[in-house]
Design a protein around this ligand. Structure first.
Ligand code: SF4
Ligand code: SF4
Length: 668
C-alpha cells in the first residue's frame, strides 16, 4: 500500500485511535500535575541536553563504556549494521527454542522478534502491552504504551481467542491471564533479551527502567542475558543516567518515578567460597551487550540521537493523533523516528514513512524534555531528499514548478496577483509596504483590502508593489527546496527595497516567518518585517473601534507560524479584546500549546483528507470551549478550518481582518 493509501485508510478509521488520543491526554494531565514534584526539573532537562550534546558521537566515551562493561564481566560487541546485529543475536540464541524479551525500541527497529521467529525461535514479549500487540499482530502506538489504542473489550476477545477460553474484560482477569502465561515462559527460557534505557560509561552499568517487573525477570532469571542497545544510549556516569531516567519516566508516563530502575553491571556471581568467583549464582552466567550502530556514526545531523525515547512528542503531534504509526516505522514512530531515518540517509524509507506528512507545526518541540527540534530535523531531511533528486509526488512537483514559473503555488497567472488592489489607489513606493502574499492575493482578496483599510484607519498609508511582489518561498522552504526558497525571498527583498520599503507589513504568518528568517537580507536591504497584528496593536489608540457582539462567543486559533514560531500571541488577542463586547475565550490548547490546523507544509495539497481531519479536531476544541466563532490570523488556517466548519455550522470560522473591520466605526 502506498503512503497515500495508508493515510487515507487511517483517516477513515481514525475513531480506532480515540483511546490512544485519550491516553495521551491522561499522560499530559498527569505530567502537568507531577512536574511540580520535581523542583529541579528545568536544570535536569538542561543537563540532559548538554550531556547528550557531548556524548552522542563521542567515540572516547563509547570506548570507555565498552571497556568498563568488559571489566565488569560483560561480553560486549559493537556491530555496524542491523543485519549483523540480528545474525549475531541469532547465533547466541542458537540451540534454544524460546527467548523472553522485554521492551526495546532498538529490537523493534531491527525486527528482531520477527527475524528470530523466522529462524524457528519463539520470542515472547513479556511487557503486557507488547504482548497484546504481538498477539494482535498490530504495530505499537507508543514506546511505553504500545497497546494504548486498544480497549478492554478488544483485549478480552483477543485473549479469549488466544487461550481458547473465555477471558472477561475485567482488567484484573486480563492481566492475570497474561501474567500466568508469561511467568511460565520466563521460568523455562534460557535466554532473556532486554533493551537499555541508558548506559553509564564510567561505571560500566546498564540502566533499565520499567514498571511491570518483567524486565528484571528477563534480565535475571535466564542463564543468558542479551542487552540490545545503541551508541547514543551512553552517558558519562550513573548520575547522568539517573537524570535521563527521571525525564523518561515523567515524559513517557507522567509519573515521578517508575516502579523499577535496574542497574546491571555484569553477570550474577558469588565469591563466598574461598573468594573464588563463581558466575550465575542466582542470575545469568553471561551478560552480552550488543551495541548496534546501524548508520548512527555517519549521521548528517546528530540532533535526532539526543532523543531519550519518551514518546512525549507523539502526544502533541496532530499528524500522529490521526494516523498513528502510519507516521513512522516500527521502533521509529512519529516525526522524530522519520527524521532519524532521514538523518541516516535512508531517504526513500523516510519518504515512505511520512517525511512529507509533518505540518511543521513545531508542537513536538514544546513537549520534548531535551528540546529536540523535530521539525528542523524533518526539514533537513526534505532538503536532502530534494538534493538527491529522488522521485517526489505530482502534487509537490506541481507546487514547486508553479512557484518557480508563476510565483504562486496554484499556477495562477501572475497578472492576477494585484487585481485586488485596483480600486485601492495604493502608492507603489513608500517606507511602509504591504506584502499581501500568495494566499491572500489570489484566494482572499477581500482580506487584503481589509488589511489596507485597517492600516489606513490606524493612520498609515501603505505602499504596495503590485505585480513586482513575488512568492516569499515559504512553501518551498517547507518542501525542502531551500535554494529556490532563498532566491525567491531575496527577490522579494530586492523589489521591496526598490520601492523604498523600511517596514514590510504582511497579514500572512507564513510570509512573515519566512521573510523574517533571513537576517542577512534584512540587514542588507534595511527592511523590518512585521505581522499586521503587531502594527495594528501598536496603533490601537488610533483605530476607532466600537466593540461588536455579532460573533457571539469568540475563540482565537494561534497559527503555528505566528504563535509558536514568532511568539506573537498577545497582539491578536489585544485586538480581539478591543473589538469584542465579550472577551474571547481560550480553547484547551492555545498560545504555545496551540493545536495545528493541519494545512501547513504542503499537507493540504498532498494529503487533503489528513489536513481536513486535523482541522476537524481543532474545530471540535472550539466547540468544547463553547465558542460560536473561531477567529484566526492566517489565510492558510482560515481556508482549511473554514472548509471544515462543522456541518451544522455551530462554529463559524472568521478572519481576524474581517472581524476587526466590522468593528471600525466608520465602516459600519
Ligand atoms: S512539527 Fe508538528 S506535525 Fe511535525 S512532527 Fe512535530 S508535532 Fe508532528
Ligand atoms: S523527540 Fe523528545 S519528546 Fe520525542 S521521544 Fe525523543 S526525547 Fe521524547
Amino acid at each position: 500500500m502506498s503512503l497515500r493509501e495508508k493515510v487515507r485508510k487511517a483517516v477513515g478509521e481514525r475513531d480506532s485511535l480515540a483511546r490512544m488520543r485519550k491516553s495521551f491526554e491522561t499522560i499530559a494531565e498527569r505530567r502537568a500535575t507531577n512536574s511540580g514534584r520535581i523542583p529541579d526539573l528545568q536544570p535536569v532537562k538542561e543537563r540532559v541536553r548538554k550531556v547528550k550534546e557531548t556524548s552522542v558521537g563521542n567515540e572516547g566515551l563509547l570506548a570507555e563504556a565498552i571497556s568498563s562493561l568488559r571489566e565488569n564481566g560483560c561480553r560486549v560487541v559493537l556491530v555496524k549494521t542491523g543485519e549483523a546485529a540480528v545474525d549475531f543475536i541469532a547465533d547466541e540464541v542458537a540451540g534454544h527454542s524460546l527467548v523472553v524479551k522485554s521492551k526495546s525500541n532498538v529490537s523493534k527497529q531491527l525486527r528482531l522478534s520477527e527475524s528470530l521467529s523466522e529462524r524457528g525461535i519463539e520470542v515472547i514479549e513479556t511487557d503486557l502491552g507488547d504482548r497484546i500487540v504481538q498477539l494482535m499482530g498490530c504495530p505499537a502506538v507508543h514506546p511505553t504504551g504500545p497497546a494504548c489504542h486498544l480497549g478492554r473489550k478488544e483485549i478480552s476477545e483477543l485473549l479469549s481467542r488466544h487461550f481458547g477460553r473465555m477471558i472477561s474484560d475485567d482488567p484484573k482477569e486480563l492481566t492475570e491471564a497474561v501474567r500466568e502465561e508469561i511467568s511460565g515462559y520466563v521460568e523455562r527460557a534460557k535466554v532473556g533479551i532486554t533493551g537499555a534505557n541508558v548506559i553509564a560509561a564510567r561505571e560500566g552499568a546498564i540502566v533499565i527502567v520499567h514498571n511491570e517487573g518483567n524486565a528484571a525477570r528477563c534480565a535475571s532469571l535466564p542463564e543468558k542475558h542479551i542487552v540490545v542497545t545503541t551508541p547514543e544510549k551512553v552517558v558519562p556516569d550513573l548520575r547522568d543516567a539517573i537524570d535521563v531516567t527521571k525525564l523518561q519516566t515523567l515524559y513517557s508516563t507522567g509519573k515521578v518515578i517508575s516502579s523499577y530502575i535496574e542497574v546491571i553491571s555484569g553477570p550474577s556471581y558469588t565469591a563466598d567460597i574461598e573468594k573464588m568467583i563463581y558466575t550465575g549464582m542466582h542470575g545469568p552466567k553471561e551478560v552480552i551487550v550488543v551495541i548496534v550502530d546501524d548508520g548512527r556514526q555517519s549521521l548528517s545531523d546528530p540532533e535526532s540521537l539526543y532523543c531519550i525515547g519518551c514518546g512525549s512528542c507523539l502526544t502533541r503531534c496532530p499528524v500522529y493523533s490521526i494516523v498513528g504509526p502510519v507516521f513512522g516505522t516500527p521502533g521509529r514512530v512519529g516525526g522524530l523516528g522519520v527524521g532519524m531515518l532521514a538523518s541516516m540517509g535512508r531517504l526513500k524509507e523516510a519518504d515512505d514513512a511520512g517525511l512529507f506528512l509533518c505540518t511543521s507545526c513545531g508542537g513536538c518541540r514544546e513537549v520534548c524534555p531535551v528540546d529536540i527540534d523535530t521539525r528542523k530535523v524533518l526539514l533537513k531531511g526534505r532538503e536532502a531528499f530534494v538534493g538527491q533528486k529522488l522521485e517526489g509526488t505530482a502534487e509537490r512537483d506541481a507546487i514547486v514548478g508553479s512557484v518557480r514559473n508563476y510565483d504562486n503555488p496554484w499556477q495562477m497567472p501572475r497578472a492576477r496577483r494585484s487585481r485586488w488592489s485596483r480600486e485601492m489607489a495604493l502608492p507603489s513606493e513608500g517606507e511602509i509596504v504591504y506584502f499581501a502574499g500568495c494566499s491572500t492575493s489570489f484566494l482572499f482578496p477581500e482580506s487584503a483590502k481589509g488589511a489596507i483599510r485597517l492600516l489606513r484607519a490606524a493612520g498609515m498609508e501603505p505602499a504596495y508593489i503590485g505585480s513586482s511582489e513575488r512568492c516569499c518561498g515559504s512553501i518551498l522552504r517547507k518542501l525542502g527546496e531551500t535554494e529556490l526558497a532563498r532566491e525567491k525571498a531575496e527577490s522579494c527583498y530586492m523589489n521591496l527595497a526598490k520601492a523604498g520599503a523600511k517596514v514590510v507589513v504582511t497579514s500572512c504568518p507564513g510570509c512573515y516567518s519566512t521573510l523574517d528568517a533571513y537576517p542577512e537580507f534584512k540587514e542588507r536591504y534595511g527592511i523590518e518585517i512585521r505581522h499586521i497584528s503587531q502594527i495594528l496593536c501598536e496603533h490601537l489608540d488610533k483605530l476607532k473601534i466600537v466593540p461588536v457582539k455579532a460573533y457571539g462567543k469568540v475563540t482565537y486559533h494561534d497559527p503555528c507560524d505566528l504563535g509558536r514560531e514568532k511568539a506573537v500571541f498577545d497582539e491578536p488577542r489585544a485586538l480581539l479584546d478591543a473589538a469584542l463586547e465579550t472577551p474571547a475565550v481560550e480553547m484547551r490548547r492555545s498560545r504555545s500549546e496551540s493545536a495545528c490546523c493541519g494545512a501547513g507544509s504542503g499537507v493540504k495539497s498532498g494529503f487533503g483528507e489528513l489536513a481536513s481531519a486535523i482541522a476537524m479536531e481543532r474545530i471540535s476544541q472550539a466547540v468544547a470551549a463553547g465558542a460560536d466563532t473561531l477567529v484566526t490570523a492566517c489565510p492558510w488556517c482560515f481556508q482549511n478550518l473554514r472548509e471544515c466548519q462543522n456541518s451544522d455550522q455551530s462554529v463559524a470560522v472568521v478572519d481576524l481582518m474581517e472581524l476587526l473591520l466590522s468593528a471600525l466605526s466608520d465602516q459600519r
